[in-house]
Write a protein that binds this ligand. Sequence first.
Ligand code: HC0
Ligand code: SF4
Length: 571
Amino acid sequence: MVNIKINGKPVEVQEGKTILEAARENNIHIPTLCYLKDLNQIGACRMCLVEIKGARALQAACVYPVSEGLEIYTNSAKVRNARKATLELILSNHERKCLTCIRNRNCELQKLCEELGIEDIRYEGKNIEYELDTSSPSLVRDNNKCILCRRCVAACKNQGISVIDCVERGFNTHIAPYFEKPINDAACIYCGQCIVACPVGALYEKNDIPQVNEAIDDSEKHVVVQVAPAVRAALGEEFGLPIGTPVTGKMVAALKRLGFDKVFDTDTGADLTIMEEGTEFIERFTKGENLPIITSCSPGWVKYCEHNYPEFLPNLSTCKSPMEMFGAVIKSYYAEKEGINKDKIFSVAVMPCTSKKFEASRSEHTTSGGRDIDVSLTTRELARMIKQAGIDFVNLPDEQFDTPFGEATGAGVIFGTTGGVMEAAIRTVYEILEKKPLDDLDVKAVRGLDGVKEATLKIAGKDVKVAIVHGTKNAKTILEKIKNGEKYDFIEIMACPGGCIHGGGQPIVDARVKADVDVKAKRAEALYSEDRNAKMRKSHENPVIIKLYEEFFGEPCGHKSHELLHTHYVD
Ligand code: HC0
Ligand code: SF4
């Protein structure tokens, strides 16, 4: 510990901490902009400048380590003036279209203007006009709004992707994919981690709300929606509810009020995936063929594999993601059962993910003749639709998903967090192979936020070696281990850190909140609590799934399943 003084008050702080951390621990607020805890601590934006007794220049608190006897002033006139001047310079060439900006009222730059008392724009700088990069099916890059904080660059690097970086110098510095290519021509996996890292409106998802509204307004169309597991763990944040509040019932109620004809749960699709993927695993494990089987439900991970490790494509499970399985079921089984022409069905998915927009557009997912999923919206887009419709979300009653897919299990809901697909699969595979119930359904060995988790499970007298990976940077780690001879049987890989709960389509949390709150852990706990309280916790016990096999598919991995529920990603 070291003894320092902040604004004249003596405090004891752990050695190695930065001034910013020391101040925050003592409830002293220092503004930041480029700072993103553990990801981007580079002292670039100069918003966190502080005065240090005896030092000639002001110092960036986010990178300056504390030391014995340091005397720091966080709010002197010199500090306030310097921060304000820096902010005014940032504003001088910022496109200040706040009223129409996607991040209006959730913008860290806007908040700083309020906090630092910016009353007018004193400097009008030269503006470079950048063209929007709309080349990707998932996201838009708008350099006119960019403040060069480099948080997106750090997030992309943390994913092990690094397709964006600063290019050129001085006033011409801007963020771009390599060789200034459109992002769609770079090896971007559309994970959207850059979007959730961005403090302003320089990165956002492709807006697909108009297509959905148009379909809802078309009386000829039967518009169905399915909602991914992780959406319910975060949607409430958009309406001021604490991080980690599960809002399943209100979310369903809101979707019904938005005018969707049927509201379904992707968790049901997840239960179906477990039947197919569990069976596929048992077949491959029994024959000792094509192991490890690697999950393929995360489209960002699939794209990463296609770009960087095509030799592992044969290891991917042939199962489509729950979203796409459900999409195929809706335009086949459901259409038949309800007597609705499949071409009149408009199938929407709400996902915590930006890459799902890309997945929905892939040619592999067109079993119905056209797109099986017509539109994939993000959690944020759903929140926007709810706000635009004037729905009082917080005071909605809890409502239930619609028949004939009204039931899902706890196994389906935990898909939304890292380790969840594996845990759900183990619950089912164990009971099929052991022919007896699993004693403890909480498979703790596969839970938690470590980037790579490994466990060896005993099932039916055999060792099953599993690994769980989240964040594509960690995918590289495990794939390299396999290349070096390490053996695994079953691997779950999710592109986003934390899994879907921290997907690129989820509500954007202010960097200052992220510094204090473990957002991933809180959202994960929302899903685990739903699982604990679920009536059913194993996919193979879901009566909807049992009926689906009886009435339509016959058996898992049978002929019809292969036609509708499986695919191959090829190089
Ligand atoms: Fe996920 Fe999924 S769990 S990818 O993270 O498998 O997006 O939530 O919907 O499809 O179920 C996302 C979340 C899904 C799918 C499921 C899987
Ligand atoms: Fe990088 Fe993901 Fe953003 Fe693409 S979407 S630029 S891969 S962080």
